[in-house]
Design a protein around this ligand. Structure first.
Ligand code: AMP
Length: 355
């Protein structure tokens, strides 16, 4: 979507009646709740009737539903959605259900810079971005014959860590790998995991000051992954593997967490470097993003992934986190996104935060 298209679309919009819209899943309760708190109308796109479910959470329920049989139908409904002055707030499931290509083509003003998608979804480009920002990533093992330490094997595009496995030797790798899928092999980093939820505004100066705009740390979580996080209840991984039971990394939920305060300056430095590099590479990330990290026993961060939009790990904080409480009471990532849209609208800068 070109900047011109966005500007053209926005000229036909009634700016006093903007509507925040997303797909009814992932972090939608939080997005709708945050939008309502900032005075926006909301629209939820869902497959089949979800009203009964959303009735259970009136403060996270969209004002209106658009029911489809398949998310791809959204592509044919863009004119209707534009008539409703819709601004899309994408989340991981939104992009996944629609498909990356279709998401890129979607003819609707969308929060954030969509160009980030190719940098985030291609592991090589992601590494170029993050290492280019001087972040330390887990070592990549190019040839499985050289597995000399525990590694994690990741299939490209695998949803929720599905199929990922740990190997300690080439023999273990060979036994488990599915050669039909594209994979990459990474050093398995020993340490504790922190998933850091940032918000970068290119248009406001209300946080950690950047060359342009400012950065906030809204919250952090640890993912709850089955079966790896509970496997020790049954025995050691080695014992279980001998029985043919292999741990998996499927995300089932999220656990709130805070970090040693002395590590927080480093958290900001990393966020700043990632944003600065993104500006250089593709015009800049906008809004929420998450660095997925492991902190080692030497208190070093290794960053194994970036997600460039609201992550489900922000869901424990619908009424604020220990960090966002220090910015504004009752501030979730969903609400922060709505605030950014509201501010940009007031200052006639919507084109700076939408794509
Ligand atoms: P990802 O799809 O890259 O987010 O990885 C899924 C899960 O695998 C993460 O949430 C971590 O629990 C684990 N993981 C990924 N990469 C590493 C790594 N290099 N070392 C240790 N654990 C990892």
């Amino acid at each position: 979507m070109s900047k011109k298209n966005i500007s053209d679309m926005l000229t036909s919009y009634d700016k006093k009646d903007l509507r925040i819209c997303t797909v009814c899943s992932h972090s939608s309760l939080q997005i709708f709740n945050g939008a309502k708190k900032e005075g926006f109308k909301t629209l939820g796109i869902s497959i089949g009737e979800k009203k009964k479910f959303y009735d259970a959470f009136p403060l996270g329920k969209p004002d209106e539903f658009l029911i489809v049989d398949d998310y791809k139908e959204i592509l044919d409904l863009t004119a209707t959605l534009r008539d409703k002055n819709v601004i899309i707030v994408p989340h991981g499931s939104f992009v996944e259900y629609l498909g990356a290509d279709k998401f890129m083509e979607l003819d609707l003003p969308t929060f954030g810079n969509r160009d980030v998608l190719m940098w985030e979804s291609d592991r090589k480009m992601e590494r170029k971005w993050l290492e280019g920002a001087d972040l330390t990533m887990p070592k990549e093992i190019k040839d499985p014959h050289y597995i000399e330490q525990p590694v994690i094997v990741k299939y490209h595009g695998a949803k929720g860590g599905k199929g990922f496995f740990i190997a300690k030797t080439y023999g273990e790798f060979k036994k488990r790998v599915d050669k039909k899928q594209k994979y990459s092999i990474q050093e398995f980093v020993m340490g504790t995991r922190y998933y850091l939820h940032y918000f970068y505004s290119p248009i406001q100066n209300n946080g950690y000051k950047m060359k342009k705009g400012s950065l906030q740390l809204i919250s952090m979580d640890r993912r709850d992954e089955t079966t790896i996080d509970e496997v020790q209840r049954l025995g050691s991984i080695q014992e279980l593997e001998e029985l043919g039971i292999h741990p998996t990394f499927v995300v089932t939920g999220n656990i709130p967490i805070v970090m040693r305060e002395s590590l927080l300056p480093k958290v900001f430095q990393m966020g700043e470097a990632v944003v600065d590099k993104s500006i250089e590479l593709f015009g800049g990330i906008v809004g929420s993003f998450c660095l997925e990290t492991v902190v080692t026993e030497n208190l070093e961060f290794k960053v194994f992934e970036i997600s460039a939009r609201i992550v489900a790990g922000t869901n424990p904080y619908i009424s604020g986190s220990p960090y966002s409480e220090l910015i504004q009471p009752d501030l979730s990532t969903g609400r922060r996104i709505a605030q950014e849209i509201k501010y940009a609208n007031k200052k006639k800068m919507l084109d700076k935060i939408l794509s």
